[in-house]
Write a protein that binds this ligand. Sequence first.
Ligand SMILES: Cc1cc2nc3c(=O)[nH]c(=O)nc-3n(C[C@H](O)[C@H](O)[C@H](O)COP(=O)(O)OP(=O)(O)OC[C@H]3O[C@@H](n4cnc5c(N)ncnc54)[C@H](O)[C@@H]3O)c2cc1C
Length: 411
Amino acid sequence: MRDSFDVVIAGAGPAGAQCARDLAARGYDVVVLETEPEDEFPRQSNKSTGGTFPSMMTAFGIPDDVVMQFTDTVVIESPNDHFVQEQTGAVLEFADFKTFLVEDGQERGAEYRFDARVSKPITEGGKIVGVQYSGSEKVYGDIIVDATGPSAPLAKGLGVSSLERKNQAIGLEYELEGVELDGGRPRYADLHDAMMLRLDHEYAPGGYSWIFHTGEDTAKVGVCYIQNESYQRYGTDRTVDGYLQHWMDTDPRFEGAERLEGKQHRGSAHIQPPGQLSTDNFMAIGDTVPTIDPLWGEGINKGMKSARAAAIAADHCLTPDTPDTSAENISLYDTLWHRDVAPRMDARLFITQLMYLAPNDRYDTLLRDLKRLDPDTLSEANKGNKRAIRKLLHLDDIPLLATFAKQRLRN
Ligand SMILES: Cc1cc2nc3c(=O)[nH]c(=O)nc-3n(C[C@H](O)[C@H](O)[C@H](O)COP(=O)(O)OP(=O)(O)OC[C@H]3O[C@@H](n4cnc5c(N)ncnc54)[C@H](O)[C@@H]3O)c2cc1C
């Protein structure tokens, strides 16, 4: 078996598989090492709700046949209110989406090795030159990419990863049929063709829960949160399974609903500032960094954008007659990441931490404000614009801001 490539990528998630597609399309020799066996792929890694937007579908040429349901609205719910925004989206069948990325990459010339669990970097003179996988197998590359999501064996082995357990968000979702989607009661919106996110500590303390319509009376229903200070403030001793069950037991929209067999998705991602992103011969992409948007957990588009930034940086390093994969040259990736992939990450993390610390009644006020403010202000606040964020704050928020400031000082 061949043991040397231009680029070796660990992990066939959206980030790794997209990076392979881009590099193979540019004619590079690429191998992707994926821990799961080919005939069951994706199994445990089939973890995502797959909510996304046309910007991702168009930018990366994703076909309609991996979409379960196109949606027209994004709905935000608080315990006693809801806010509806017209916005086209798509709920992907995540397994089909992953399979498409792999097959399309293979057609473009990328090699895939399944059942290939990457364990550690192979280094020479302190720099990564290859990876060890499936026990003692070895493969070498000019550039190595860690796209294994939160497990990050290469980034950790090189001391590039800053992922911390205390920042790990956990999520669980069931696919249900028989869900009451048409509102009916004044406090609920019509969730047909909608992606709904709910802010309510009763069901997701220090996080959010969701219902994404997947056609007829079916939906993906889940919860996620970080077990940090907000969780400790509002949480009980339930597990994530316990919270999802509690929601299903108490929300009237699930009264006649049944779980679809085998349709359960579980996973985690880190919500924290990025640390180092690259070093000599090496880049970390997707959730390994982490790239996921802290506020609403949009990780697919972000991860794929980081994959494209890494492919551009690899092309930049490998194109010259004498390739230069030094840390300095490869740091083009870092520049693109901060400029195009996750701009204003600090401001987004600030809103996230503040929002999930707020009590339930503050969520009702937030929704009233969302209805009152113009769409441009909302869009700017969502992007982390401080002036727009200030418009969402009230005098009554002073105690909340004080608690938040104390927390930040403690951390
Ligand atoms: C419950 C849940 C719901 C979500 N919903 C949404 C959503 O609606 N919309 C959205 O945009 N994002 C969502 N996300 C986030 C999104 O799924 C992730 O951000 C995205 O999958 C990250 O892609 P990735 O390629 O970086 O990593 P991953 O998807 O984690 O892929 C990593 C790949 O590497 C493989 N791997 C792991 N370790 C090794 C190893 N040692 N060796 C070789 N291979 C390895 C894994 O099997 C996997 O195939 C959700 C996440 C969860 C957990």
